[in-house]
Design a protein around this ligand. Structure first.
Ligand code: 173
Length: 320
């Protein structure tokens, strides 16, 4: 009798554990299995490995599943539970998110100095979300052009942008047109744009290398792509489930700086080997170019967020 009862309770326990497995729906703003989705795909594999029986991430994919600029609304409304995105794609709900590009301190420092906390409050308020981990860092943006320029004057050039580059390219006299990454190839092919903003990595992913003549150096800012989770989805998890996410998040964020440091070097060589020439500003011209990038970037953030912009600037920028 005792044995039968034991067997029965084991069965009930097993059932209860099974009922506790939670599935979270995840999307990425970037094409699957490309540079800016891969760190997220690794994040998911680790969660699914570690979370066996209690938590599972159902990866529904990239821009084909959900257009990048709709990711903020989908996450806020709980249409998806987890999103991998750059802040640039959800500035419609949270303009401050684009300020991540301006960080001159690492995430570990920002998690100590109040920079992360200041952003977390805005994620809670405007996006109904929690910022779990920055999976891309230490990866500069560049201007790529198909018409040679000899000075940082973009007058007469039409450039593809996202919010990341808007204020800077306009400050240099450029005309800008916003597109999702998925439209860049066609825009270049048809000559709709003379160039585009993009980080140092990833231009081979969608074949843009075939339609790119020059990369302009130096780079500016640092790309940010992060894992976010809807707050209600998070609140429904128990501690063990949250720990699975926290662990994979911490690991991914910890790897980003070194990973992209190596990636940057590989991409520079690969672009050169593919025949992409560099237009290199040097000395005072180069420093003025980069200074203008940060100036225009922060002015843009502060213009859109007079309340927290100045505080973010103080916490994000390098001590000067
Ligand atoms: O150019 C973009 O689409 C963009 O804003 C971005 C941001 C981070 C990584 C890659 C691209």
């Amino acid at each position: 009798m005792k044995l039968v009862l034991l067997g029965l309770s084991a069965l009930l326990l097993a059932n209860a554990a099974e009922a506790q497995e939670v599935t979270l729906k995840a999307v990425t703003a970037f094409t699957e299995n490309t540079t800016y989705s891969r760190p997220f795909e690794r994040f998911i594999s680790r969660v699914n490995e570690d979370g066996k029986g209690i938590l599972r991430v159902n990866y529904v994919g990239g821009p084909k599943a959900l257009p990048p600029f709709e990711i903020g609304n989908a996450l806020k409304g709980g249409v998806v539970d987890i999103a991998n995105s750059a802040g640039a794609f959800y500035t419609n709900l949270m303009p401050e998110a684009d300020a991540w590009k301006l960080t001159e301190r690492g995430m570990s420092e920002l998690r100590q100095n109040g920079g992360y906390a200041a952003m977390a409050a805005i994620y809670a308020q405007k996006l109904n979300a929690i910022f779990l981990a920055r999976l891309v860092d230490n990866n500069p943006f560049h201007l790529y052009v198909n018409k040679a320029i000899s000075t940082p004057d973009l007058t007469g050039l039409k450039l593809r942008i996202t919010p990341v580059y808007r204020d800077f390219f306009q400050a240099l006299g450029g005309t800008v047109v916003q597109t999702a990454p998925g439209e860049v190839y066609t825009a270049l092919e048809r000559g709709v744009v003379d160039g585009y903003g993009w980080p140092i990595s990833g231009i081979f992913d969608l074949g843009w290398n075939e339609k790119t003549k020059y990369r302009v150096d130096p780079g500016f800012y640092t790309a940010e792509v992060s894992v976010l989770i809807n707050r209600n989805s998070w609140d429904r998890l128990n501690e063990a489930q949250k720990d699975v996410l926290r662990k994979s998040a911490a690991r991914g964020e910890g790897e980003a700086v070194a990973e992209f440091g190596e990636e940057n070097e590989r991409e520079i060589s690969r672009q050169a080997a593919a025949g992409i020439k560099t237009i290199k500003f040097e000395g005072a011209v180069a420093s003025a170019y980069v200074a203008k990038a940060y100036q225009a970037g922060w002015d843009g953030i502060i213009r859109q967020s007079a309340a927290t912009g100045p505080k973010l600037k103080e916490l994000f920028q390098k001590a000067r």
